[in-house]
Write a protein that binds this ligand. Structure first.
Ligand SMILES: Cc1cc2nc3c(=O)[nH]c(=O)nc-3n(C[C@H](O)[C@H](O)[C@H](O)COP(=O)(O)OP(=O)(O)OC[C@H]3O[C@@H](n4cnc5c(N)ncnc54)[C@H](O)[C@@H]3O)c2cc1C
Length: 342
């Protein structure tokens, strides 16, 4: 087993509520690590609606999903939280009173006094394309995320999709792959126009291939892909020889492993008390969209309030011998020092 990372608090989910939890915990001297399955910070705001306007964040008449994420990152900067992206928390075990061992799908282990679940609607998981038998190739030749670009050096890659992920990875992997084909069912894309123009330029220069069509079948052996049978828009078939297939068909939200953590659940949500937003397990808190209590509203501002109260109770677990004194950031020099402004 790898040496555990020991810290005060582990936050599961880098959505807006997980990010604000870093701030509230930091004001009270608690150090946090944050794990998120996505390759970016911001949860639903960054993944589902980065450019959509938000009008109901207190004090901000107008912002967007991406701008809110960036503002939160600026706000929590003084507290130096460590982010572990593209990792899913799989297991939480209680090993002390309270002390938890938390393990991710990459085998990373944390030992923490407090766990904060800010997992939103659950983990974002890639949509699997409807290709018969694709499961047999997953994690050997079929990948829904690029964790290490170098793993694809010198390979023949088939990237499928027409959104930002498909286009971004086409542009990033083109110099690394020995040959790269982008496959999309039509010549209109949902991706940023700039990425589409760059991809078209590469195709025009013969550096990549762009094919219109859909994968109908995969051929290979023992999970090793040899080629894909592609049905083109005009009804004809073509074989594309490839070592790896990377389908980018968007993400769907699934509850994921949350349900296996030994916490009382109710209709896919985690019931909490409204004094501290603690779950049925002392030392494990749930804030944001994942929790439930009478009157709960799935709004970002609710999660911010929940984070503040959570931190007050978390303090008692992390510093059982200290007395917590309530202070305002406007008037407390001690808080201002932590924020780096005094
Ligand atoms: C289109 C749209 C518009 C919206 N507009 C508004 C609005 O105007 N105002 C408003 O207040 N709210 C709005 N919302 C709702 C708002 O986005 C959510 O309330 C908010 O994102 C909840 O934040 P969160 O931090 O709880 O969870 P999320 O933003 O869902 O983030 C949770 C994170 O946890 C990660 N995660 C889950 N499980 C695991 C695991 N096991 N391991 C690792 N990581 C995990 C996920 O990958 C995700 O990144 C909108 C939502 C949508 C979809």
């Amino acid at each position: 087993m790898t040496d555990p990372i020991k810290t005060d608090v582990l936050i599961i989910g880098a959505g807006p509520c997980g990010l604000f939890a870093v701030f509230e915990l930091g004001l009270l001297d608690m150090k946090a690590h944050v794990v998120d399955i996505l390759d970016k910070i911001g949860g639903q705001c960054a993944e589902l609606y980065p450019e959509k306007p938000i009008y109901d964040i207190p004090g901000l008449p107008f912002t967007t999903g991406q701008n809110l994420t960036e503002s939160l990152l600026t706000q929590i900067k003084p507290f130096g939280a460590t982010f572990h992206l593209q990792e899913m928390v799989e297991r939480i075990e209680r090993i002390g009173d309270p002390l938890f061992r938390v393990t991710t799908d990459l085998g990373k282990v944390f030992e923490v006094k407090v766990v904060v679940i800010g997992a939103g609607g659950g983990s974002f998981q890639p949509k699997r394309p409807p290709i018969p038998g694709i499961e047999a190739y997953e994690e050997r030749s079929v990948f829904y995320a690029v964790r290490k670009m170098e793993a694809f050096r010198g390979q023949r890659l088939l990237i499928v999709g027409g959104g930002d992920s498909a286009l971004d990875w086409t542009l990033n992997l083109a110099p690394i792959a020995s040959r790269l084909t982008l496959l999309h069912r039509r010549d209109q894309f949902r991706a940023a126009p700039d990425s589409v123009n760059k991809m078209m330029a590469l195709a025009g220069e013969g550096k990549i291939d762009f094919v219109m069509g859909q994968v109908a079948a995969l051929e290979g052996e023992n999970g090793r892909l040899l080629r894909a049978l592609v049905k083109r828009g005009d009804g004809s078939n073509v074989h594309i020889v490839c070592d790896a297939l990377l389908p980018f068909f968007g993400l769907t939200m699934k509850l994921g492993p949350v349900a296996n953590w030994g916490i009382t659940m109710k209709d896919g949500l985690i019931p909490v008390d409204t004094a501290a937003f603690e779950t049925s397990v002392p030392g494990i808190f749930a804030i944001g969209d994942i929790n439930w209590y009478p009157g709960k509203l799935k709004l970002i501002l609710s999660g911010f309030h929940e984070a503040a109260l959570m931190a007050q109770k978390a303090y008692r677990y992390v510093f059982p011998d200290r007395r917590l004194v309530f202070q305002y950031t406007t008037s407390s020099t001690s808080l201002q020092k932590k924020l780096g402004v005094a």
